[in-house]
Design a protein around this ligand. Structure first.
Ligand SMILES: CC(C)(COP(=O)(O)OP(=O)(O)OC[C@H]1O[C@@H](n2cnc3c(N)ncnc32)[C@H](O)[C@@H]1OP(=O)(O)O)[C@@H](O)C(=O)NCCC(=O)NCCS
Length: 172
């Protein structure tokens, strides 16, 4: 069975999770720039790729050798924080983001994480939907945490997920 089907998705086009290298840094920066107001450069992604505390999973679709999405986290002893998670605009809403994040949680569990934390902008419905479906629960709010391009500020929702020591990443 295809790995997307195992988590309840039909594979719309062959997709796979791959370890990334420096040759992917430019595409990662492009995806990030298409998703967030404050873009990270290719150099910043190159540094992340060399950082032993960082776990970075990419999702590749079809014959494209470059990623269409990524999830990037820092693992410190038994805690992980998701620092960035984005899909290219053209492939959003097809279930790939959820599949990628489910796999990424397994990566974090294998790296020793027992708890995963993240922050997401209040009102980011697609991201909140993915996180909730994957078992994250709200753990707090930070009012005015994000600066929007129009000068207004938005609250951050803090979310946490406890990982089972050796179980699957999908919520039970
Ligand atoms: C968040 C993101 C990575 C999700 O990737 P994706 O491939 O589009 O996600 P999926 O297709 O797997 O799932 C999208 C979910 O959002 C839901 N969704 C999509 N648009 C929505 C909307 N406007 N309102 C409510 N839910 C919505 C879908 O129904 C789906 O939920 P379901 O699995 O319960 O049906 C992607 O939207 C993205 O890159 N956004 C910009 C970057 C970002 O915000 N990252 C998160 C930072 S914390």
């Amino acid at each position: 069975m295809h790995w997307l089907e195992r988590i309840g998705l039909s594979p719309r086009g062959q997709a796979r999770i791959a370890a990334l290298s420096d040759s992917h840094a430019e595409r990662l920066a492009e995806i990030h720039a298409g998703a967030f107001a404050r873009p990270w450069s290719a150099d910043e992604f190159s540094h992340f790729l060399l950082d032993r505390g960082i776990r970075l999973d990419g999702l590749l679709i079809g014959r494209d050798p470059q990623p269409s999405g990524f999830a990037l986290s820092r693992v410190t002893v038994d805690e992980a924080e998701i620092l960035s998670f984005a899909m290219a605009r053209a492939v959003r809403g097809r279930g790939y983001g959820r599949a990628l994040l489910a796999h990424h949680l397994q990566t974090l569990a294998h790296a020793g994480a027992a708890t995963v934390h993240l922050e997401v902008e209040e009102g980011n419905a697609p991201a909140l939907a993915v996180y909730t479906r994957l078992g994250f629960a709200k753990s707090g709010m930070r009012p005015g945490y994000y600066a929007r391009p129009d000068g207004t500020r938005a609250a951050a929702v803090s979310m946490t997920r406890v990982l089972r020591p050796s179980g699957p990443a999908e919520p039970g």
